[in-house]
Design a protein around this ligand. Structure first.
Ligand code: AMP
Length: 145
């Protein structure tokens, strides 16, 4: 019988993460597969303003974001009973890092939300779309309304 052997939950910590995490967790349990979690701190956080996108240049983004991301991800991992060695918090471009981590760790199912920060106007968010196109393993895009 076919079964997934290693499930990766990619979370951007937006408001719907719990629903996506629940789906990943249920699937991992169903297949008796380990569940891992990845969160990528975007290299360049861009905020919208009245005048268009603004890229803040003079704050230590990585240190600040890392500490806050770590707290949240560790709390999620504890709830989902994910071991520390199966948590990845990296900085970079989310789609590239998710694909790289999946490849390097023999992930056979990546679970993402259909939308996150980058994709509400699209059928599928840009990260979800890239992961779906460029990874070799299966991808579950959990519908976020
Ligand atoms: P997006 O393409 O930004 O609309 O996001 C779609 C989905 O991709 C999200 O629901 C997450 O599952 C995943 N994702 C997006 N950004 C990240 C990130 N920085 N780290 C991990 N997963 C992400």
């Amino acid at each position: 019988m076919f079964r997934y052997k290693h499930v990766l939950l990619a979370t951007d910590l937006t408001e719907h993460w719990e629903h996506v995490a629940e789906c990943a967790h249920d699937l991992a349990c169903k297949y008796n597969a380990p569940l891992s979690i990845v969160h990528i701190i975007d290299n360049l956080p861009v905020t919208e303003s009245l005048y268009g996108p603004i890229i803040p240049l003079e704050i230590d983004l990585t240190t600040h974001s890392l500490a806050s991301a770590q707290n949240k991800i560790f709390a999620i991992a504890q709830t989902l009973k994910i071991d520390k060695q199966r948590i990845w918090i990296k900085s970079g471009t989310p789609r590239l890092e998710i694909i790289r981590i999946a490849k390097e760790n023999d992930i056979d199912l990546i679970v993402v939300g259909s939308h996150g920060r980058h994709g509400f106007s699209l059928l599928l968010g840009s990260t979800a779309n890239s992961v779906l196109h460029y990874t070799v393993c299966d991808v579950l895009a959990v519908r976020i309304h």
